[in-house]
Design a protein around this ligand. Structure first.
Ligand code: C5P
Length: 224
């Protein structure tokens, strides 16, 4: 049988976009495909972890062997993650909307000759930062992603500190890289020991490499 080094470990993974309602029929969202987050959930499950995958709306299939929790907004995603705790591992791969709209209860109407409505935005909770700083509820190993278009590693090193997570996987999402929505990713793993440059990998291979690293780190921290 395949080795299951994460048997008995619980993991929560966020994936996909969040969608933020403008009114009952309209929303703001982003182009996240969910491919990387879903692949991470599948890879952790393949190593034996009990995985809850909290995902915004995506068009890709549910990975095998994970518990799916479907959400829409950032606030719903945070609540679903909190409900899935305690966990040993948290991987935040979702593209969470930074802002939500002060949503209207009724469909906004176009007024003949009227000015277009202004959307009033307010800040969403940062799920990664909130759960990284959750005290006794904090998962032992918290991993975030950092999508950057310039000075990728420097920005990600700062982000790791600011958010309080253990690891950051940084990637270049400049349009020319085809990362957003594509099948491949070139990642840099940032830990408190430094930076590891990974080769260009499929999102599935990157997820498997991450899951193996997580299994190693947890085994070293608390051998079973
Ligand atoms: O700050 P930035 O959005 O670049 O950080 C990206 C990381 O933070 C990702 O791991 C993403 O899933 C997470 N994040 C989050 N909640 C937010 C914003 C980002 O969990 N509101």
């Amino acid at each position: 049988a395949a080795p299951r080094p994460l048997a008995g470990r619980r993991a929560v993974v966020t994936s996909g976009p969040t969608v933020e309602a403008i009114d009952p029929v309209r929303f703001i969202a982003n182009r996240s495909s969910g491919k990387q987050g879903h692949a991470v959930a599948a890879a952790l499950a393949a190593l034996g972890a009990e995985v809850t995958l909290v995902s915004g709306p995506v068009t890709i299939p549910d990975p095998a062997g994970v518990r799916m929790v479907r959400v829409e907004s950032a606030r719903d995603m945070l609540a679903a993650c909190q409900a899935a705790l305690p966990a040993d591992i948290l991987v935040c791969a979702a593209a969470v909307a930074d802002w939500r709209v002060e949503a209207a209860d009724q469909k906004l109407k176009k007024q003949p000759g009227g000015a277009p409505p202004a959307l009033v935005l307010s800040e969403n909770p940062d799920i990664l930062a909130t759960l990284s700083q959750a005290g006794a509820r904090r998962p032992r190993l918290v991993v975030g992603f950092a999508a950057e278009t310039e000075t990728v590693v420097e920005h990600a090193v700062a982000k790791r500190r600011r958010k309080g997570c253990d690891w950051i996987l940084a990637n270049d999402v400049s349009p020319a890289t085809g990362t957003f929505g594509g099948d491949d990713n070139t990642l840099h793993l940032i830990t408190d020991h430094g930076v590891e440059d990974w080769p260009r990998l499929t999102k599935q291979a990157a997820a498997e490499r991450l899951a193996a690293r997580i299994a190693e780190a947890l085994a070293a921290a608390s051998p079973k």
